[in-house]
Design a binder for this molecule. Structure first.
Ligand code: F6R
Ligand code: MG
Ligand code: MG
Length: 365
């Protein structure tokens, strides 16, 4: 049976005003280019944005890490970056770290979440896209969705989920990976993923290997060796019939948790779920936002999208995010609003410290 691949590839190639949102002209060009590729390179596509990140959602039969698919995305980002430069949009081309494509967009700036699967009789897929935060932001939610029986009742009630899931965790600093089985190794898993700036869940699979979730793990600053904004991750999750239900997948987003990112990629802030119409960063360049588009995948065709957080059930978490923003913003330049010194190494702060390095004197013994 032919397998379907869902590829979500994203990049910030310029925005307006400042780092707040993608310009509609860029969305138009990207959507047109993907439409032209439908029927040849890809089966179906959908283009959107979350804040200043241009999001390409594609379906095809070529599997993960396919050169043709990655080149298609890269060429679109390059064309949109050119347009952004012409329009003098802000940060035009910022996430494109290389001058020329070399086989795979991973390591070249764009974020990538892909999964290949045999379509079930009916296959609901949820695509999450975030702005002003880092890939580890998904850790908390993936744990709640696939491993917390107090959140996903199916883990307890549904015999097809009772055996639990396997989490593939990447150490983005040491470039290594490890697998943890839940529920039996839940505590060990949490020991790592509770430090989301370093340990990032890449995949969640059923114990027979069937993929349930896939995320982008690229950390731009580590790749570029300098501050280039946060990575603004994406994630694809399959739902229902042996996986958590759609409602179980999105319910954890009703809890306002704090993530790293926000202004200058240097602050903790609440992760606010919003409808696509509100996927624009405003207050203090945020707060960090997440959107979720729901599709049914039908022989590679994308039926949808449904704008999952455009719903009054998520109004209260948005209010609570604003309250948390007030508490954090009151700290001004102080931790824990500002990230820890270790995390600030990947921001523009070392540039300031450099100016004072010769003014420090040793204390007398
Ligand atoms: C965060 C982000 C923005 C910028 C901020 C300063 O990921 O993109 O918060 O860091 O607006 O931007 P520059 O340094 O371009 O003036
Ligand atoms: Mg930007
Ligand atoms: Mg962004």
């Amino acid at each position: 049976m032919v397998k379907t691949t869902v590829s979500v590839i994203k990049a910030d190639v310029g925005s307006f005003p400042g780092h707040s949102r993608t310009h509609p002209k860029l969305l138009e060009v990207a959507a047109r280019r993907l439409k032209e590729a439908e029927g040849s390179t890809i089966i179906d596509s959908y283009v959107t944005h979350c804040g200043d990140d241009l999001e390409l959602i594609m379906t095809h039969t070529k599997g993960e890490d396919n050169e043709e698919i990655h080149k298609l995305a890269w060429d679109i980002f390059m064309e949109c970056a050119e347009l952004a430069k012409e329009m003098k949009l802000y940060g035009a081309g910022q996430d494109l770290l290389a001058d020329a494509f070399s086989g795979n967009v991973k390591g070249m700036g764009p974020g990538v979440a892909e999964m290949e699967f045999e379509e079930r009789g009916s296959d609901p897929v949820l695509v999450f896209m975030a702005d002003k935060t880092e890939p580890g932001a998904w850790n908390y939610f993936l744990y709640k969705i696939f491993a917390d029986p107090f959140s996903t009742s199916g883990l307890v009630i549904d015999p097809s989920m009772h055996q639990g899931f396997t989490f593939e965790v990447h150490d983005v600093m040491e470039k290594r990976r490890i697998l943890f089985n839940t529920p039996e190794e839940s505590y060990s898993l949490l020991a790592y993923i509770g430090a989301p700036s370093r340990y990032v869940i890449k995949y969640v699979r059923k114990k027979d290997g069937t993929v349930g979730a896939s995320t982008s793990t690229q950390r731009l600053n580590l790749m570029a060796g300098r501050y280039v904004g946060k990575d603004d991750p994406v994630m694809v999750v399959r739902a229902q019939s042996g996986f958590p239900a759609v409602g179980e997948v999105i319910d954890p987003f009703r809890t306002p948790i704090l993530v790293a990112g926000w202004m200058r990629g240097s602050h903790h802030g609440p992760f606010m779920p919003v409808g696509v119409g509100d996927a624009n960063c405003t207050a203090f360049d945020g707060p960090p936002r997440v959107i979720c588009l729901g599709f049914q995948v039908n022989n590679g065709k994308l039926i949808g999208p449904a704008d999952m957080f455009d719903d009054p059930a998520f109004d209260r978490v948005r209010d609570r995010c604003c309250e948390l923003s007030d508490v954090l913003r009151a700290h001004g330049p102080f931790e824990p609003h500002r990230l820890s010194l270790e995390e600030m190494e990947y921001t523009t702060l070392p540039g300031v410290e450099k100016q004072f390095k010769d003014r420090w004197e040793d204390l007398p013994e």
